[in-house]
Design a protein around this ligand. Structure first.
Ligand SMILES: [Zn+2]
Ligand SMILES: [Zn+2]
Length: 231
């Protein structure tokens, strides 16, 4: 059983803790270090590493502090530069690496900077977790996944209604569409998953103004039959 905890999610900061019972990892670190510490009960020593999706501060804010404290950090090559942390590890997409009991494969998703999603296979539990955020599109399908953590930033209906009403500027609405995943894109990815093995779906990075958490949860539930959580 993999344990997932959402410490923060959304455009003001993203950070999740995942553990297979042997090894705990952080997925993104886009909040101040003291909030990460609170979220992990001040047990940074028990975190084996942090996987960073990309350089935007809502995903990488605490990277310099975590690096200073000696945590193993992996991300796309641009993260080390943006955070001025040469000690951050990187590697090309689709090259597998191992952190203790986890086998990890980064893959590229479509965003306005290089952004990695991650496939995490636990040798401890034999389960697979997939993490995807800040992705206008994902050029892969995933069949056998036990835990799916997936951005569902906005609803196209809500976004276009707000643009028509003038509640959101057209340029911003266009930028969101080009850089983030809407609920329909998320449901499309969920449809490709094998419902016989899928246990949990976590919908991430919901926009405060352009999403509907209850409706998103129901849609994901209906599509997958799995437990659905809104981060
Ligand atoms: Zn983001
Ligand atoms: Zn971003």
């Amino acid at each position: 059983m993999i344990d997932i905890k959402a410490i923060a999610s959304g455009s003001s900061g993203n950070c999740y803790r995942v553990s297979d019972g042997s090894t705990a990892l952080l997925l993104d670190a886009g909040i101040p270090i003291h909030r990460i510490q609170q979220g992990i009960d001040y047990r940074l020593g028990e975190i084996a590493g942090a996987l960073i999706s990309h350089e935007h501060m809502d995903h990488a804010k605490a990277v310099p502090e975590l690096a200073r404290r000696g945590l193993l950090i992996f991300g796309p090559p641009e993260v080390a530069k943006a955070c001025a942390c040469p000690s951050i590890l990187s590697g090309p997409a689709l090259r597998k690496f191992t952190v203790s009991t986890w086998h990890i494969v980064p893959f590229k998703v479509v965003h306005d900077v290089t952004c990695y999603g991650y496939v995490l296979d636990s040798r401890k539990t034999g389960e697979r977790l997939v993490y995807i955020t800040d992705a206008a599109a994902v050029p892969y399908t995933f069949g056998q996944v036990h835990y799916m953590m997936l951005e569902a930033n906005y609803s196209m209906n809500i976004l276009s209604r707000r643009a028509t009403e003038g509640a959101i500027k057209d340029e911003l609405a266009a930028r969101i569409v080009q850089t983030h995943m809407d609920i329909d894109g998320a449901i499309g990815l969920l449809r490709g998953l094998d419902p016989r093995v899928l246990k949990q779906v976590w919908l991430l990075h919901l926009s405060r103004d352009n999403s509907d958490a209850d409706a998103f949860r129901r849609m994901a539930q209906r599509t997958t039959g799995a437990e659905v959580y809104i981060a």
